[in-house]
Design a binder for this molecule. Structure first.
Ligand code: GUN
Length: 290
């Protein structure tokens, strides 16, 4: 079993980005700029946002973290998004999810200028990505592709099983792995909460690559996988003990894997790195550098 080390891969990608930024800034341009909106107090979001801001500094980007109280109204938030959309000093804008219950996340996602939508969640980007056109690709899914590419894991022609159909991870990664992209061309089965258990087992037991994003510690057990499987664990679950674990029973499943992502230090790091790639792309688009 070998580890797909998201830390090493992310550092390599961010280092390449920072070299490009040094060149751009040296030629007289301003730095790329990411704005992050964080609403209320949600411990996991605090930690994700912190790592995004930290990674901006490593990449040589400027960043701004805008905090709003839990009771901000949807219209106040939409007004704020609209002013950032109009601000030429911001290349990329993220609204950290989840938003409070009284705010409809789809309205927020739809309000972000697709040119600044570095999360790739806006219907324009999601649609373009699905059609194989140039787009901001959802960061976690894109990060997984970059990790597979970095470790030269063959994907073309392989049987991939995705567990979980969220708009953030399961749905986009199932599309990206099946598309005719540089990292893709796999045969993909998308399973979800309504997939009968027997069918799920049939699929996972013959999968070459499994991507699991369900948010349930230990969901994938040893009996569910074949020898030599490549396991991508997207889960980040904090146990009562304080320990962070993924959706895979790492100790037992890892013995059967050819490759597996650790938690922490796997996909989480790659999500942030992919966001940096998207932010650089937004900046390069802005300045016609591509
Ligand atoms: N919450 C969990 N993952 C994400 C993500 O990739 N982007 C945003 N904006 N919020 C999230």
């Amino acid at each position: 079993m070998k580890l797909l080390d998201g830390k090493i891969c992310a550092e390599s990608l961010v280092s390449d980005i920072s070299k490009k930024v040094v060149g751009y800034v040296g030629s007289g341009l301003r730095k790329p700029h990411m704005t992050v909106i964080l609403i209320g107090e949600h411990a996991p979001s605090e930690s994700y946002v912190k790592s995004k801001i930290k990674s901006c500094a490593s990449a040589g980007f400027d960043s701004a973290l805008l905090r709003f109280p839990e009771n901000i109204t949807e219209s106040e938030l939409l007004a704020k998004i609209s002013s950032i959309n109009a601000d030429p000093a911001t290349d990329g804008l993220i609204v950290q999810l989840p938003v409070p219950k009284h705010i409809n996340p789809q309205n927020i996602i739809n309000a972000i200028d697709p040119e600044k939508d570095i999360d790739g969640f806006h219907p324009t980007n999601f649609g373009r990505m699905t059609l194989g056109q140039k787009a901001f690709r959802p960061a976690t899914a894109y990060g997984i592709c970059k990790l597979l590419q970095f470790y030269e894991i063959p994907v073309k022609g392989k049987h991939c099983v995705v567990i979980g159909r969220s708009n953030i991870v399961g749905k986009p990664i199932s599309i990206m792995l099946s598309n005719d992209f540089d990292i893709g061309n796999a045969t993909v089965t998308l399973t979800h909460i309504e997939t009968p258990r027997e069918l799920l087992l049939d699929e996972t037991r013959r999968a070459d690559i499994i991507v699991v994003a369900v948010g349930i510690p230990g969901f994938v057990t040893e009996d569910m996988v074949k020898e030599g499987v490549v396991m991508i664990d997207v889960g980040i679950n904090r146990l009562e003990s304080g320990k962070l674990v993924g959706d895979v029973d790492f100790e037992n499943v890892s013995k059967k894997c050819s490759w597996i992502t650790p938690v922490p230090g796997g996909v989480g790091r790659m999500t942030v790195a992919a966001l940096m790639i998207n932010t650089l792309m937004a900046y390069e688009n802005n300045f016609n550098l591509l």
